[in-house]
Write a protein that binds this ligand. Structure first.
Ligand code: C2E
Ligand code: MG
Ligand code: MG
Ligand code: MG
Length: 292
């Protein structure tokens, strides 16, 4: 009996493995086609300073706009690409597309800092900085300092030395870095010390739970003052409501990104959003406790 079970289980395991390998191949094929057919698009979400009301920039976020009109969020297809060469191809496209868009906005008189997410695989690629240099050279009107790259702590896990050197090379090109989803990874202090970033993004998990879970408050306050001590700017993600913004200000965090300010939008909508942004927000005027 036991033998039979074992055999059956092995058989079904084998089958599902084949199925999922086949599915993976099909998904990769579809995503590759989407890239080449121009179905991948970037949406942009503004980032603002809650004290001054200034627009700090916008984050470019990948979407798959299917011909049916369906808009597929990145976490529904990016994981399929993990550790596959196609992830590099998509990542290269994202950087170039963001630069192209910045170039176009600039020619329309809109100067905006744009941040782009890069994967660990991209950062670990030997040619990353060279490709970035040549992309920047192809858009000479765009200042490299207008481009920021967002990296996850986990990207550096595999080879901190290499990632840190690549970041340094990119910084010499004029590009800056943000540490994304900060607080969700591991030894945060070590990353702050070794990775040449200029911005730290507090993960939206902390921000979301902040009003209910007061345990998170000292963590946020600690991260903010630690980041400032390291000379980094801090931005909170997932700022959905005014109370979130108010509390963040009290905790010393001045920059915010979230549905409470604006949802990610198509590139074509951003100039209008910028033009109608009042330059101040509901909670403007509240002086942060840890102001400097
Ligand atoms: P992320 O870089 O941390 O981006 C922030 C995510 O939070 C975005 O989700 C954004 O739409 C969402 N968000 C912003 N404000 C709020 C809010 O107030 N409430 C809630 N609930 N969510 C908010 P999105 O666009 O689905 O992207 C998810 C993740 O996919 C990104 O997280 C990033 O890690 C990854 N990603 C997106 N585009 C790219 C890309 O071009 N390359 C790479 N490698 N990763 C990307
Ligand atoms: Mg990001
Ligand atoms: Mg994030
Ligand atoms: Mg995230």
């Amino acid at each position: 009996q036991a033998k039979l079970d074992g055999k059956n289980r092995f058989h079904s395991y084998d089958l599902s493995w084949e199925q999922s390998a086949q599915e993976l191949r099909e998904q990769l094929h579809e995503i590759r086609q989407a890239l080449h057919a121009g179905e991948l698009v970037l949406y942009y979400q503004p980032k603002v300073n809650m004290v001054t009301g200034t627009i700090v920039g916008a984050e470019a976020l990948l979407r798959w706009l299917k011909p049916s009109g369906e808009l597929v969020p990145p976490l529904r297809f990016l994981p399929v690409l993990q550790d596959h060469p196609l992830e590099i191809e998509v990542g290269d496209w994202v950087i170039r597309e963001a630069l192209r868009q910045m170039d176009q906005w600039q020619s329309e008189g809109l100067h905006l800092q744009v941040s782009v997410n890069v994967s660990g695989q991209q950062l670990l690629e030997d040619t990353f900085a060279d490709k970035l240099r040549s992309a920047l050279e192809d858009f000479p009107e765009v200042a490299p300092s207008a481009l920021q790259l967002e990296v996850l702590e986990s990207s550096a896990l595999q080879d901190m030395g290499k990632v840190s050197r690549t970041m340094q090379t990119c910084r010499q090109l004029g590009v800056s870095f943000a540490l994304d989803d900060f607080g969700t990874g591991f030894s945060s202090l070590v990353y702050l010390k070794h990775l040449p970033a200029s911005v730290l993004k507090i993960d939206q998990g902390f921000v979301r739970g902040m009003l209910r879970n007061t345990d998170d408050l000292p963590i946020i306050a600690g991260v903010v003052s630690m980041a400032h001590a390291f000379g980094l700017q801090v931005i909170a993600e997932g700022v959905e409501t005014v109370p979130h913004g108010e509390l963040l200000l009290k905790l010393g965090c001045e920059q915010a990104q979230g549905y409470g300010i604006a949802r990610p939008m198509p590139a074509g909508d951003l100039p209008e959003w910028v033009a109608t942004w009042p330059g101040e927000i509901a909670w403007k005027g509240i002086v942060p406790v840890d102001s400097h």
